[in-house]
Design a protein. Structure first.
Length: 195
């Protein structure tokens, strides 16, 4: 089974969805580690309940991003992690992680990129009054939500929907789309390896 790591900073509903899909045998992976940069985050409670090993750290206790990413890479390699999936990890990935996992780091973003990159994409779309938004899964590069797009799905924002309604609709899509994309990527990876 391919070992993967999930990175999250917040509530972790995507972590939960991926872990449930793994447990149901829908995603051919073992979640070898959850990396979290916010020691009080709710995702840590979820990880404990799900039995996922955790590395939680305080970025400010390191002298630089290079320093904490070096520690993360060491732990990922030791655990045999082959792919990294960001699920609400609120931090730009630096060169140390990018070079160690080139084309192996994937992110999910709650808009149809390249529209509304960065923080509060749902609020940005809502405030702009767009009628279609959605979810993007993409490879991570050094930019903010700029890497090559792997898949997207759209959500209609009908008049009368609140921001909370839009968020719920987006999350419903995320919780299906991300496990599906992970499965396709890992199946492709395994085929490549057996050729
Ligand atoms: C998701 O909307 C994801 O697209 C974005 O951050 C949010 C994380 O939500 N990158 P959760 O912590 O998985 O509930």
């Amino acid at each position: 089974m391919t070992k993967i790591a999930l990175f999250a900073s917040g509530s972790g509903s995507n972590v939960q969805a991926i872990a449930e899909a793994v447990a149901a045998g829908k995603v051919p992976a073992e979640i070898a580690m959850l990396v979290c940069d916010k020691p009080g985050a709710y995702v840590l409670e979820r990880a404990e309940a799900l039995g996922i090993p955790v590395f939680a750290f305080q970025p400010r206790q390191y002298e630089s991003k290079e320093a904490f990413e070096t520690e993360i890479v060491g732990r990922l390699k030791k655990a045999g992690v082959e792919f990294v999936f960001l699920a609400g990890y609120m931090r730009l990935i630096g060169p140390v992680l990018l070079n160690a996992y080139r084309n192996r780091i994937v992110n999910i973003h709650p808009s149809l990129l390249p529209a509304f990159p960065g923080k509060d994409a749902i609020g940005q779309a809502f405030d702009a009054g767009v009628k279609i938004s959605g979810v993007t899964v993409h490879f991570v590069d050094e930019g903010m939500d700029t890497g090559p797009i792997i898949d997207q799905e759209c959500v209609r924002i009908d008049s009368g929907m609140t921001r909370g309604d839009v968020q719920k609709a987006i999350q419903r899509i995320e919780h299906n789309l991300y496990p599906n994309v992970i499965t396709k990527l890992l199946n492709g990876f395994r085929e490549e390896q057996t050729q």
